[in-house]
Design a protein around this ligand. Structure first.
Ligand code: 9MR
Length: 363
């Protein structure tokens, strides 16, 4: 008898937990977890460091997210610091957590101008290597990293941020571009496809809401597709603010990349409480980092709009990922203004859901 009761209770609890339409579902204190509310829309992920995978944040991650992206540990500098040295342990930890908890994992990032190791670009005398040598190194790096996580990673950011922010310049003037020209982009996708025929391959960038940069990204991606380069999707990072984007700009941004036959994902979402700046600078006396009621309301409204647009575009978006877990720590505490606290996420400094969270799940 006892056993039957327990079973009935467990089944009802499961039904309750899986149903976003329960009218009590969005009341504070009866939280189903962010991803459960969105289970009929798109998977929701979060960028993590290995240190977030224990204690309070680990629980928060398990309760709210069904996907993860390693914030730093799979980038080429951290994971491949010297030509013959791989630092697998931190990345393995993220991969193991994903497997243990049946979470999806996005790989980030195989080729980036930032956080790339110095050895990659120079010979033993410190001179730039030829493009042939750079391609050999890139192929080995991509093959080794993609192969190691083949069993758990479903999508890779293959090339990150190759387009310039300057309106008069198409490609970013990176070490990759200086040595190889634009061809390195196609090569990276080809090496990744050869290492894993099944993984989804993405181009990922920020400031896609800027119409000039967006058009350059579109043209580049279209060019890759037309040339038969194995690209499966575009990652719109989404480092936004309470002041941008507007609803019409957000819609235009998503729409530009749909209809290409590619996946579109929001890969690095956060909503800063400050006007957006892209260059690092020192903190000055005008930098007030009080999270005022007015800013809280602006952030609630902005998150509300963003997720409404995402929901309306659920057929076009295959995933939405937040960049960091909670306001306890975010990369925006150090950038662009070092030491200026930001509050960009849906969970507060104590890892509790903010009002913006309740707004996002209360549809
Ligand atoms: O969040 C990352 C931060 O911890 C690193 O210090 C920084 C290095 O530049 O990279 C941050 O992540 C970036 C991501 O890899 C690519 N898009 C922009 C992200 C924020 O800068």
């Amino acid at each position: 008898m006892m056993k039957v009761d327990v079973k009935i209770w467990a089944v009802s609890a499961l039904l309750l937990a899986c149903s976003p339409s329960q009218d009590t579902g969005t009341e504070e204190g009866k939280d189903l977890g962010l991803s459960t509310y969105y289970k009929d829309y798109f998977p929701i992920g979060v960028a993590v460091s290995p240190s977030a995978l224990q204690g309070v944040q680990a629980q928060l991650i398990k309760d709210n997210f069904v996907s993860m992206t390693p914030e730093n540990v799979m980038k080429s500098g951290p994971i491949h610091p010297q030509e013959e040295v791989y630092n697998w342990a931190p990345a393995d930890k993220v991969a193991a957590f994903a497997k243990e908890n049946q979470m999806k994992l996005r790989g980030h990032a195989l080729l980036w101008h930032n956080q790339a190791p110095d050895w990659l670009f120079v010979d033993s005398l410190g001179n730039d290597v030829s493009k042939e040598i750079l391609y050999q190194r890139l192929e080995r790096h991509i093959t080794d990293v993609v192969t190691r996580y083949k069993d758990v990673i479903y999508a890779w950011d293959v090339v990150n941020e190759a387009i310039s922010d300057e309106s008069g310049q198409f490609y970013r003037d990176s070490k990759w571009y200086q040595i190889c020209g634009e061809e390195f982009i196609a090569k990276a996708f080809e090496y990744a496809r050869a290492a894993d025929p099944n993984v989804q391959l993405f181009y990922n960038d920020y400031e896609v809401i800027n119409p000039v940069k967006r058009e350059k990204i579109y043209q580049m991606v279209k060019g890759l597709q037309d040339a038969g380069v194995p690209i499966d999707g575009v990652g719109i990072q989404g480092h936004w603010s309470v002041y941008e984007p507007s609803e019409s700009t957000l819609r235009a941004t998503i729409d530009r990349f749909t209809g290409m036959g590619l996946q579109v994902q929001i890969t690095e979402l956060d909503v800063s409480i400050y006007p957006k700046e892209h260059a690092p600078r020192d903190k000055n006396e005008d930098d007030d980092d009080t999270f005022t009621d007015e800013l809280k309301q602006k952030q609630i409204d902005q998150y509300d709009m963003i997720f409404r647009v995402f929901r309306e575009n659920k057929e076009k978006l295959s995933s939405v990922t937040f960049w960091n877990v909670s306001d306890q720590y975010s990369w925006l505490d150090f950038f662009p203004v070092n030491g200026r606290k930001d509050y960009p996420l849906l969970f507060d400094e104590d890892n509790q859901p903010k009002e913006a969270y309740w707004k996002v799940v209360g549809f």
